[in-house]
Design a protein around this ligand. Structure first.
Ligand SMILES: Nc1ncnc2c1ncn2[C@@H]1O[C@H](COP(=O)(O)OP(=O)(O)O)[C@@H](O)[C@H]1O
Ligand SMILES: Cc1cn([C@H]2C[C@H](O)[C@@H](COP(=O)(O)OP(=O)(O)O)O2)c(=O)[nH]c1=O
Length: 207
C-alpha cells in the first residue's frame, strides 16, 4: 500500500492558511487518495475541550505549552498516527511548529523546553511538508479584523506577532527540506496555483 504523507499548514493568525486547506485536500482526493483533515489545538474530543480553554483562559506560559502538547499527544494517538498507519494522507491546520512560533517566539519560552516536550510527544515523527503562509503583520491584522471576534492569541500586540513570524521563518530556514514558504500576500488563485505545483511534486508522477 502506498504510504500517506503528513502535511501541516502554518502561519500567523490571518495569514490565510485555513482558506487553502480544503483546496489541497480536494486536490489530493481528486487523485484517489484518502485524506484526513484536522487541526490543532483540537482534532479530538479532548483536544477540542483543551482548545476552548487554551483560546479563552489566561494561564501560566508553561501550562499553555504543556496543554498544547497534551492536546497533541491525544491527537497523534487518536487521529494522526492511525491515519498514517492506514496509508491515508493527513493535513493538519497547525502542529508543533506553531508551539515553537507562538510559545517560543511570541511568548519567549526557552526553545530547549519545547524541544524536550517535542522529544517526549513525537520523537520520531515530523511533517513531510510544512506550508508556511507568510504575510506582513499589517496584512494579517487587516484580514482578521475584517472577519471575526478575536480570541486570546489574536488579541496579542504587533511585537508578539513579529516574534511569532520571525520564529516561523527561522524554523523554515533550519528545516528547508520540509518547509515551503508561501507568499500569502498574493491573490487566492495565485496561491492555489503554487500549492498545486508543490503537491504535484510531493506526490510524484506515479501516484
Ligand atoms: N490571499 C488572500 N487574499 C485576500 N484575503 C484572503 C486571502 N487569503 C485569505 N483571505 C481572507 O483572510 C481572512 C483570514 O483567512 P484565514 O484562512 O481564516 O486565515 P488563518 O487561517 O491563517 O488565520 C479570511 O476572511 C479569508 O477569506
Ligand atoms: C497549535 C498551536 C496553536 N496556537 C495558537 C495559534 C492560534 O492563535 C490559535 C488557534 O489556531 P487557529 O486554529 O489557527 O485559529 P483560528 O481557527 O482562529 O484561525 O492557537 C499556539 O499558540 N500554539 C500551538 O501550538
Amino acid at each position: 500500500m502506498a504510504s500517506g504523507k503528513f502535511i501541516t499548514f502554518e502561519g500567523i493568525d490571518g495569514a490565510g492558511k485555513s482558506t487553502h486547506i480544503g483546496f489541497v485536500a480536494d486536490l489530493l482526493r481528486s487523485r484517489g487518495l484518502n485524506v484526513v483533515t484536522t487541526r490543532e489545538p483540537g482534532g479530538t474530543a479532548l483536544g477540542e475541550a483543551l482548545r476552548e480553554v487554551l483560546l479563552h483562559q489566561k494561564m501560566h506560559l508553561e501550562t499553555e505549552a504543556m496543554l498544547m502538547f497534551a492536546a497533541r499527544r491525544e491527537h497523534l494517538a487518536q487521529v494522526i498516527e492511525p491515519a498514517l498507519a492506514r496509508g491515508d494522507w493527513v493535513i493538519s491546520d497547525r502542529f508543533t511548529d506553531a508551539t515553537f512560533a507562538y510559545q517560543g517566539g511570541g511568548r519567549q519560552l526557552p526553545l530547549a523546553k519545547l524541544e524536550a516536550l517535542e522529544q517526549w510527544v513525537h520523537p520520531h515523527l515530523q511533517p513531510d511538508l510544512t506550508l508556511l503562509f507568510d504575510v506582513p503583520l499589517e496584512v494579517a491584522r487587516m484580514r482578521l479584523d475584517a472577519t471575526r471576534t478575536l480570541d486570546k492569541f489574536e488579541q496579542e500586540k504587533a511585537d508578539f506577532f513579529a516574534a511569532t513570524r520571525a520564529e516561523y521563518l527561522r524554523r523554515a530556514a533550519q528545516f528547508p527540506q520540509r518547509f515551503r514558504i508561501i507568499d500569502a500576500t498574493r491573490t487566492i488563485p495565485e496561491i492555489q496555483q503554487e500549492l498545486a505545483q508543490i503537491i504535484a511534486a510531493l506526490q510524484g508522477p506515479a501516484a
